[in-house]
Design a protein around this ligand. Structure first.
Ligand SMILES: [Zn+2]
Ligand SMILES: [Zn+2]
Length: 308
């Protein structure tokens, strides 16, 4: 059975929150490990509303230091403390975030019961910032008004699975089982060869989620990826008629986001970070469809998007 790999949107508005959309934050659940990506104001309240257990978050990834991506952090850090957290919290972010939180700490927090470890994002190239048995997480720079990063969550290739009944019937010794998992055939003590494909089944295909916000149209992102991206979240602050405004503010239009999705071989595209100037966002879908043939969704706060 495949592990869970799903993203719940906590906020999908751009700079200004509205009554229906908070500012950027998402919770990624991979195999019951929870990661917070960006932390716009009210992220902790959204987690309560959408019944996500915030204490299970041990790692937070921050794309850049604009308020709509970080103003929820002091609140969450304080709440963790009040809830008696003792587990270490890891924050992957631009270096200056530590100064920002320390400044707040000086005035507000008495003393945290848990420690925070900061991991500074590197300004160049695709950088492995975290890995566990199943997943690798990378940062890569994008192009916005200040230093900004995207994140990529990539499953590791898992070993082949043994077909238990056959393995037991043949009494395959343990060292040979390991070789089978790595794709080798099995040769028993009499020299009989058993083909790998008769004793194992292939592992699930590794899946990939890529998060890109905020950025101007940046086809160079392609340099960091080959193969297929199962799910791409890309900001779409503006429609095509505001393309100049997008360039000035270093944001993307829906159609530019769709062009990136095509370039990256994405199977599915999530669009968010909508400017509040648009009361009706359906044109985002129409414009994006002109540049991308895969599935597209305009995200909603509280909705969960799974990679199956
Ligand atoms: Zn933003
Ligand atoms: Zn920004």
């Amino acid at each position: 059975m495949k592990q869970k790999f799903e993203i719940t949107i906590l906020g999908s508005s751009s700079a200004l929150p509205t009554s229906r959309r908070n500012t950027t934050a998402q919770v990624l659940n991979h195999a019951e490990r929870f990661f917070l990506i960006d932390c716009g104001e009210g992220a902790q309240i959204q987690m309560r509303r959408f019944k996500l257990k915030m204490q299970r978050i041990d790692r937070i990834f921050i794309s850049h230091l604009h308020g709509d991506h970080i103003f929820g952090l002091p609140g969450i850090i304080n709440t963790f403390n009040l809830l008696g957290r003792y587990k270490e919290l890891h924050i992957y972010a631009p270096k200056q975030l530590e100064d920002f939180l320390n400044a707040i700490n000086t005035y507000i927090f008495t003393r945290l019961n848990y420690s925070i470890t900061f991991h500074y994002l590197k300004p160049e190239g695709k950088d492995l910032i975290y890995e566990n048995k199943l997943l690798k997480i990378f940062s890569f720079p994008v192009s916005h008004r200040i230093e900004t990063w995207g994140f990529s969550f990539e499953e590791k290739q898992q070993p082949r699975k043994l077909i238990k009944e056959v393995i037991e019937e043949l009494s395959v010794p343990i060292p040979c089982r390991i070789k089978l998992k790595n794709g080798e055939d099995y040769v028993d003590e009499n020299g009989n060869v058993f083909l790998n494909e008769d004793l194992t089944t292939p592992p699930p295909k590794p899946r990939k989620y890529v998060f890109v916000t905020d950025t101007e149209y940046l086809p160079e992102i392609k340099n960091h990826f080959d193969g297929v991206i199962d799910l791409l979240y890309h900001e779409a602050t503006f429609l095509e008629r505001e393309i100049e405004r997008a360039a000035e503010t270093k944001h993307s239009t829906a159609q530019q986001a769709a062009q990136i999705a095509t370039l990256l071989n994405a199977k599915k595209l999530l669009l968010g970070h909508f400017s509040t100037r648009y009361k009706d966002i359906t044109p985002f879908m129409e414009e994006a469809k002109q540049a991308f043939n895969g599935e597209i969704e305009l995200v909603e706060d509280g909705k969960t998007y799974s990679i199956v």
